[in-house]
Design a protein around this ligand. Structure first.
Ligand code: HEM
Length: 216
């Protein structure tokens, strides 16, 4: 891609370096036995790697495509939904940090009490999920109004909505069934997917990767 768009190569090289750094940081997370803030930084860097990968992919897919001119409110709402997801993911990672400290304090025992002992940070995380849901319902309505059914935008938004519902279900399972490991894994994978899909939706508002069903 060097001849058609240098940014793709630059982003990809930077991403490889960032993955190396993330690997090193991961070893610190393990060797320091999950020092609280490093887990959050590690999660945010994982999201940055995802964002850079998606950006490079999107640029490559949309070379020569026209810019879309949509109402500002759609951009603003998508950005708010994305920023809120990043915030919720950060709070979620803090819940995890708190739960790790409770668990080591209790020497790994009384697992069914860990979530309850996570206190305010858990309550904030659970309540914020309601705001995430409301903002995404509003965004869904806007996308349905502004784009055709078969457009990539509506498809991404439907997928986004589905994952948010699953995320809330796994969150409830975590809270009321003493953190089953499968739900822990699903909860973090779904969180990354929500971020990825919303970020890709934002990029597609500027230039659509799929011209089917799109009004320029
Ligand atoms: C709607 C959006 C939500 C997002 C984006 C989200 C995201 C996250 C993330 C990124 C973590 C950290 C996971 C880890 O580091 O292993 C987390 C942890 C957690 N979340 Fe959520 N969450 C959401 C909703 C909920 C809801 C509705 C509940 C409960 C009713 C919930 C309960 C929990 C619990 C208990 C943990 C700690 C899990 C552990 O220690 O492994 N989450 N969340």
């Amino acid at each position: 891609y060097w001849s058609s768009n240098k940014l793709i190569t630059v982003l990809s090289v930077f991403n490889v370096l960032l993955v190396g750094f993330q690997g090193w940081l991961g070893s610190i997370v393990v060797s320091t036995n999950l020092v609280a803030w490093i887990v959050t930084v590690h999660m945010l860097i994982a999201l940055a790697i995802l964002a850079i990968t998606i950006t490079a992919y999107h640029i490559a897919k949309t070379i020569g495509r026209p810019r879309l001119h949509k109402k500002g409110i759609v951009y603003v709402m998508t950005f708010i939904a994305l920023a809120l997801s990043v915030f919720q993911i950060t709070i979620g990672t803090e819940v995890r940090e708190k739960i790790d400290s409770v668990s080591s304090h209790l020497l790994g025992g009384y697992r069914e009490t860990w979530v309850q002992q996570a206190g305010d940070i858990f309550a904030n995380h659970r309540n914020l999920a309601l705001l995430v849901l409301i903002v995404n319902i509003m965004l869904y309505a806007l996308i349905r109004k502004g784009f055709y059914r078969h457009s990539i935008h509506q498809q991404l938004m439907s997928f986004n909505f589905l994952i948010i519902m699953l995320q809330i279900v796994t969150g409830i399972v975590l809270s009321y069934w003493a953190l089953p490991p499968f739900a822990q894994a699903a909860h973090i994978v779904l969180a990354s997917l929500i971020f990825g899909v919303q970020f890709y939706l934002l990029l597609n508002l500027y230039r659509s990767a799929n011209v089917q069903g799109v009004r320029v």
